[in-house]
Design a binder for this molecule. Structure first.
Ligand code: AMP
Ligand code: GLY
Length: 429
C-alpha cells in the first residue's frame, strides 16, 4: 500500500481480512497501519525507492492511495518493470492532475459539467472576470493539495484569487493556467468505481463534509466526515452517472490512447438539470473510503486482482446492506495551525483482542508511535466509523465511539450525515 492516511488505513484494514494475503507492507503508513503492516519510511513519490522495496520483498500486488504517487508515474514505472499495481498511468491520471485536461476531455465527450474558460495569463483572467456572472469558481489547473479551488460571490475576491495563483504563484506551476468556471448549485456526492478499463463496478455513493464546522460553516478542510450510501443519489442518479459520466469517460480515455484503470472518483453536483461533474479524482476519496470500505462484503484482494488483470467483468463485487458513518476527529486549530505530539487515549477498545466486539472501527490518519504511546501527528487525527443496519444506527455508533476517545484539543463535527437523516424523516412524514 502506498500512502499513510485514514484512507490507506481503511484499505489495509480491509486487505488484512483477506485469506489471500500473507503480509502487507505500507509506505509510509502511520501509527494505526503499523499494527497491521510493516511500514517503510519511503515517500509516496519516490518511485525508484518504492520499486526497489517491492522487488526486494517480492510483493505481488501494489495499491496506490494518493494522487502524488500517480503524478510521479509510479504505475508506469511498475508496469514497465513487470510489477502488478492498481491505479491509472500518469497520462490517464491527468483527469485529476490537470483540471484543464479534465474539462477539455469532458467537453470533447459531452460529459455534463460546469461551463468554463481556460485562461493562460493574468490579463486574460481579469478580462474574463470583469464580465463573468457571480458566483464564480476559480480553479488552478494543477495539484494544489485541495486548496486550488475558490468559490466566491465577490468579484474582488475572485481577482485576488487569480492574482495569488498567476502572479504570486502560490501553487507554483500548478496555478500558471486557471479555469474560470460557472458555479453549480445543488448537493454534492461522491461516486467511486472500480474499473479495469472496460468493466465498471460502482461503489455505494457517499457524501463528504468539507467544511470545518457544523452546518457546513467555517473553512474548507480535507474532509470532516462521510457516510454511505447517500439517499440523495437515487437509482435514477446512479444510472445517469453511469451512462453519462463513467461509461463515456472510460470509452473516451481508451479511444484517446490513454486507457484508464484503477479507481475512478467522480465528484458530482446534483443539479436541477441532472448530475454534473465537479471534478475527477483518480484514487479513493478520503474520508469517503473510511465509510465505504466497511460496507464491502467481497474480498478486496480479489477485486484489486481483477482490476489489475482486466478481469473485473467476471468478478462479482458484493456490498452489505446497511450504512456506515465516519466521523473525523481533528486536532484543535485544524485546518489552520495545530499542535502535534499529544497522547491519544481510549483506543484500546478498538484495537487488538477486543476489536471484534466493538461496533465501531477507528482508522488512523495523523497518528504516530512515540515509544509505547500513540500520539497525534497531523490535523486530521482519526476517522471513527460506525456501521449499522440503518444510517441512524451507524451514526449513533460512530458518535458513541468518538465520545470514548480523547486527546488534548480533540474536535469533531456533530452533524455528520444529519442532512440525510433529516431528509429520511421528512419523507417518512
Ligand atoms: P476540488 O478541490 O476540485 O475537490 O473542488 C473543491 C470543491 O469546490 C468542490 O467539492 C465543490 O464544493 C467546489 N466546486 C468546484 N467546482 C464547482 C462549481 N463549478 N460550482 C460549485 N462549486 C464547485
Ligand atoms: N474527500 C475528497 C477527496 O478525497 O478528494
Amino acid at each position: 500500500m502506498i500512502g499513510g492516511g485514514g484512507r490507506e488505513h481503511a484499505l489495509v484494514w480491509k486487505l488484512a481480512q483477506s485469506a489471500r494475503v500473507s503480509k502487507i507492507f505500507c509506505a509510509p503508513g502511520n501509527g494505526g497501519i503499523a499494527q497491521l503492516a510493516t511500514c517503510w519510511p519511503i515517500g509516496v513519490d519516490d518511485v525508484e525507492g518504492l520499486l526497489a522495496a517491492v522487488e526486494r520483498e517480492g510483493i505481488d500486488l501494489t495499491v496506490v492511495g494518493p494522487e502524488a504517487a500517480l503524478a510521479a508515474g509510479v504505475v508506469d514505472r511498475f508496469r514497465e518493470a513487470g510489477r502488478r499495481i492498481v491505479g491509472p498511468t500518469r497520462a490517464a491520471a491527468r483527469l485529476e492532475t490537470s483540471k484543464v485536461f479534465a474539462k477539455d476531455f469532458m467537453q470533447r465527450h459531452r460529459i455534463p459539467t460546469a461551463k468554463a474558460v481556460t485562461v493562460r495569463s493574468l490579463d486574460e483572467a481579469l478580462a474574463v472576470l470583469d464580465l463573468h456572472p457571480l458566483p464564480v469558481v476559480i480553479k488552478a489547473d494543477g495539484l494544489a493539495a485541495g486548496k486550488g479551488v475558490v468559490v466566491t460571490t465577490d468579484r474582488d475576491e475572485a481577482r485576488e484569487a487569480v492574482r495569488a495563483m498567476m502572479e504570486q504563484r502560490v501553487f507554483g506551476a500548478a496555478g500558471d493556467v486557471v479555469l474560470i468556471e460557472e458555479c453549480l448549485e445543488g448537493m454534492e456526492a461522491t461516486c467511486m468505481a472500480f474499473t479495469d478499463g472496460r468493466a465498471v463496478s460502482m461503489m455505494p455513493a457517499a457524501q463528504d463534509h468539507k467544511r470545518a464546522e457544523d452546518g457546513d460553516r467555517g473553512p474548507n478542510t480535507g474532509g470532516m466526515g462521510a457516510y454511505a450510501p447517500t439517499p440523495f443519489v437515487t437509482d435514477e442518479v446512479l444510472a445517469a452517472v453511469w451512462d453519462r459520466v463513467l461509461a463515456p469517460t472510460l470509452a473516451g480515455m481508451a479511444e484517446e490512447g490513454t486507457p484508464y484503470s484503477g479507481i475512478l472518483y467522480a465528484g458530482i453536483m446534483l443539479t436541477a438539470s441532472g448530475p454534473k461533474v465537479l471534478e475527477f479524482n483518480c484514487r479513493f476519496g478520503d474520508p469517503e473510503t473510511q465509510a465505504v470500505l466497511p460496507l464491502l462484503e467481497s474480498d478486496l484482494v480479489s477485486v484489486f486482482d481483477a482490476v489489475a488483470s482486466g478481469r473485473l467483468a467476471d468478478t462479482e463485487v458484493r456490498w452489505k446492506r446497511g450504512a456506515a458513518v465516519c466521523v473525523v476527529m481533528t486536532a484543535k486549530g485544524y485546518p489552520g495551525e495545530y499542535h502535534r505530539g499529544d497522547p491519544i487515549t481510549g483506543l484500546e477498545a478498538f484495537n487488538g483482542a477486543k476489536a471484534g466486539a466493538s461496533p465501531a472501527v477507528v482508522f488512523h490518519a495523523g497518528t504516530a508511535r512515540d515509544g509505547a504511546r500513540l500520539v497525534t501527528a497531523g490535523g486530521r487525527v482519526l476517522g471513527v466509523t460506525g456501521v449499522g443496519d440503518t444510517l441512524s444506527a451507524a451514526r449513533d455508533r460512530a458518535y458513541a465511539a468518538a465520545g470514548t476517545i480523547s486527546f488534548p484539543g480533540a474536535f469533531y463535527r456533530s452533524d455528520i450525515a444529519s442532512r440525510a437523516l433529516g431528509a429520511a424523516v421528512e419523507r417518512a412524514l
